[in-house]
Design a protein around this ligand. Structure first.
Ligand code: PRP
Length: 208
């Protein structure tokens, strides 16, 4: 039996469909229900609906053998897991953005609003730039508009949110997409089963 943590929401549903097509369907699976665990004995798989940012935690602790999470979530969590496959979906990027026409004032620390505190700290450490982090949980784009921060470190997908708020990308940090991750010990104990999932998903991705 393989236990797989899926991120609740559109990405999780999309990846479940990929897994179902690869032979890991679950008869009782219903993304609209409030149930959190779905098991299919015949296909040897059990799915858990997990809050997206918690997926690496479930996998790191072995509550799930495998999981699906954005690269942003994996890096930010710092979880000690194996990254097995780029699922080529949920493609976006982590970037620094600011109000159109913004110029940095190097004489003082940069005020950075973000949900991704660790990614932002690492990025500016690498540039030797002093920063003050303002941790927010959503609608990060508001911060520079209201003078709460100078810049934001956030996910950009289509760029619409930035455009509609007179903000623009000033630096690219990381390309992002959904990844299949594995618990390190389970990867060894269940190697045949895990390798089979990875191979089947890879084939599906190659045929797309
Ligand atoms: C994410 C991200 C941006 C937006 C980018 O927010 O934080 O705000 O999507 O997408 P776009 O480039 O296609 O406009 P999300 O919708 O996850 O909500 P949030 O504001 O709660 O973070």
């Amino acid at each position: 039996m393989l236990n797989i943590a899926l991120p609740k929401g559109r990405l999780g549903e999309k990846v479940y469909n990929m897994l179902a097509k690869a032979g890991y369907a679950c008869e009782e699976f219903d993304s609209g229900s409030r149930k959190l665990i779905f098991t299919d004995e015949k296909n040897g798989v059990s799915y858990f609906w997990v809050k997206p940012s918690d997926v690496p935690i479930y996998v790191e602790h072995g509550a799930a053998d495998l999981g699906v999470a954005g690269r942003d979530v994996i890096i930010e969590s710092g979880a000690d897991v194996y990254e097995l496959l780029d699922l080529k979906t949920g493609v976006c990027r982590m970037a620094v953005a600011a109000k159109n026409g913004y110029t940095d004032d190097l004489s003082r620390p940069l005020r950075v609003a973000t949900k991704f505190v660790n990614i932002a700290k690492n990025y500016y450490d690498g540039k030797n730039r002093d920063i003050n982090i303002i941790k927010l949980s959503g609608s990060i784009e508001l911060a520079p508009l209201l003078g709460l921060s100078d810049v934001i470190v956030d996910i950009v997908e289509t760029g619409t949110t930035l455009r509609e708020n007179n903000l623009s990308v000033i630096e690219e940090i990381l390309p992002l997409s959904a990844r299949l991750i594995a618990n390190k010990a389970r990867y060894k104990f269940k190697q045949a089963e895990v390798t089979a999932v990875v191979d089947k998903l890879r084939k599906e991705l190659d045929n797309d």
